[in-house]
Design a protein around this ligand. Structure first.
Ligand code: HEM
Length: 512
């Protein structure tokens, strides 16, 4: 299956960034970077508030004093406030584009997308009220433009623009804008952000420290080289001639020169609507949700800890078994990644009690028993001196492209669905080596699949790879659809290493 061109282009771009930034690749941290920029906006905003005079007569002069007389402190804070806000819009747009390009907004994941769209508008309108507070000619332009936009709404009936044009703007109205910018909008934004990530587990809101420091220094440098300044003071009796627009926030206003306010509302609402319905366009059948089998579940709750989408809850046992707890899957939240199957210690393929391997939590469309059978069949079909089984996932590099006499790739929903015992099992059954080739490192399609897999293999997270499994015969190499060379290269190196092992330890077979 070839990747959509937009996804391919994005993956290539991301790879360039990987080469330059390594694990600090900002494209992997767009949500957390946005949070970081918000922190800068918050701290600088509080500082500015100390010196800001919130009235029509005093606002401009107080901002000018901060910018020029106290340029080394409040002036820098003002620039940081401005540039961090711009940077936040940039990261939000990229974050949104990324989730779209990498197809992370469909099915049970519709929620994060749907709740993300209003965030974009909230941030933009927060910036608009911020520009307003400077009360310079740009603020005047925004105020009149906003009033024209508001006046077509049935609540204002043309009264706002008239007030501005007649110079009847009052301090009371200015205080309202100040209240919105300082308190009302930020509080709404915080609430909306909480809502946005509510259905995700283990959400981090901090970017890696190095990336945060680097971003801060970049903004500080920009603030020193090109400090944010005001236009001339607002004067409602004149029309501003030259304006330096901030296109991150104010892009809609120039449209008022060409279109009516009503048309602009239709455009804005139309774009919002189209963005919001994207998770359902085109409609796709959802993958069947994970199913709990209480006969094999002891309520250890590892699947609850590992689920990236908070789809699993723990409750008191209902079947009278001696275990204290059981887990329950909410099908509406389940993204059908199968990571819970890899978390369940009952997914152990060595279990011999019954012919069919049954586990505590399983994927109806690809049960662990079927995965074991696929593993058996693949290992039995391998020939050659060094036999390698590759476990991959449906969202990363297509591992079936590696198929040859001595290598077979099995593609699962996510590499997080592989219990470590299955890797050991493949080695025992006759594979000389097992490669796990899920999504790119730190960029799992299902958020944590490859991270949990690595931790399990390193013995840091249950279920861990047993000590007797030969770790030298296991390798991990993530890769996206476009990373053929990377995965091929890692496979060739792994094959060489296994050949070397075969030469020094020929009698040790089967391995595990
Ligand atoms: C204020 C702006 C925003 C911030 C601070 C923000 C932050 C975040 C964070 C921290 C995550 C969790 C990432 C993870 O741990 O995997 C996330 C997830 C997500 N965001 Fe945003 N976001 C914002 C706006 C948006 C917008 C505008 C959209 C799209 C319309 C969007 C779409 C998504 C989606 C689809 C996910 C879920 C990804 C997944 O299921 O793996 N976000 N966001």
């Amino acid at each position: 299956m070839s990747a959509a061109p937009i996804k391919r282009a994005y993956l290539v771009l991301e790879n360039w960034f990987n080469l330059s930034f390594g694990s600090w690749n900002p494209l992997y941290h767009l949500g957390t970077l946005t949070f970081f920029f918000f922190w800068i906006v918050l701290v600088s905003g509080i500082y500015l508030f100390l010196f800001f005079h919130g009235s029509l007569d005093g606002a401009y002069a107080s901002v000018e004093r901060m910018t020029h007389e106290q340029w080394y402190a409040a002036g820098i804070m003002r620039s940081l406030h401005r540039y961090a806000s711009d940077a936040a819009v940039g990261t939000i747009l990229l974050h949104m584009f990324r989730e779209f390009a990498l197809d992370r907004h469909h099915g049970a994941r519709w929620y994060s997308w749907f709740t993300g769209v209003p965030l974009l508008w909230m941030v933009v309108t927060l910036g608009i009220t911020g520009y307003w507070l400077v009360w310079d000619q740009l603020a005047q332009y925004i105020a009149i433009g906003s009033a024209k936009l508001m006046d077509v709404l049935p609540i204002f009936f043309g009264s706002m623009a008239r007030n501005f044009l007649e110079g009847a703007l009052s301090d009371r109205f200015f205080i309202l804008i100040e209240f919105l910018h300082l308190l009302g909008q930020p509080m709404l934004l915080v609430f909306a952000l909480w809502f946005h990530v509510r259905r995700l587990s283990n959400v981090s809101i901090n970017p890696p420290r190095g990336l945060a420091i680097g971003s801060f220094l970049a903004l500080l440098t920009l603030s020193l080289i090109k400090p944010a300044v005001s236009h001339d003071p607002a004067d409602l009796t004149t029309v501003p001639q030259v304006l330096n627009l901030d296109w991150f926030y104010l892009n809609i206003y120039p449209l008022l020169d060409y279109w009516s306010a009503g048309s602009i509302w239709i455009l804005t609402i139309g774009i919002t609507f189209l963005l919001m319905i994207l998770p359902w366009v085109p409609p796709r059948p959802a993958g069947a949700a994970a199913v709990v089998d209480l006969d094999n579940c002891d309520g250890c709750k590892q699947c609850f800890d590992d689920c990236p989408f908070d789809a699993i809850t723990v409750q008191a046992r209902t079947d009278g078994a001696r275990h204290e707890r059981e887990v329950v899957v909410d099908p509406a939240l389940c993204a059908a990644c199968g990571i819970c199957v890899g978390s369940c210690h009952a997914s152990n393929p060595f279990r011999k009690a019954e012919k069919e391997l049954k586990t505590g939590i399983d994927m109806p469309q690809l049960p662990i028993n079927q995965v074991r059978t696929m593993t058996d069949t693949a290992v039995a079909a391998l020939t050659g001196d060094v036999k390698i089984l590759v476990f991959g996932c449906n969202h990363g590099f297509d591992v079936t492209r590696l198929n040859s006499d001595d290598t077979i790739g099995l593609s699962l929903f996510c590499t997080g669905m592989i219990p470590p015992t299955l890797i050991e099992y493949a080695l025992r059954k006759g594979a000389d080596g097992v490669m796990v080739a899920g999504c790119r490192h730190a960029d799992c399609y299902f958020r944590f699949g490859n991270r949990w897999m690595e931790k399990r293999l390193e013995g840091e997270q249950a279920p861990v790879l047993r000590k007797r499994a030969d770790r030298r015969r296991i390798t991990i190499q993530g890769g996206a659809e476009t990373d053929h060379n990377v995965v091929e290269g890692a496979l060739a190196a792994f094959r060489q290493e296994l050949s070397r092992l075969e030469q020094v330890e020929p009698e040790e077979s089967p391995h595990g």
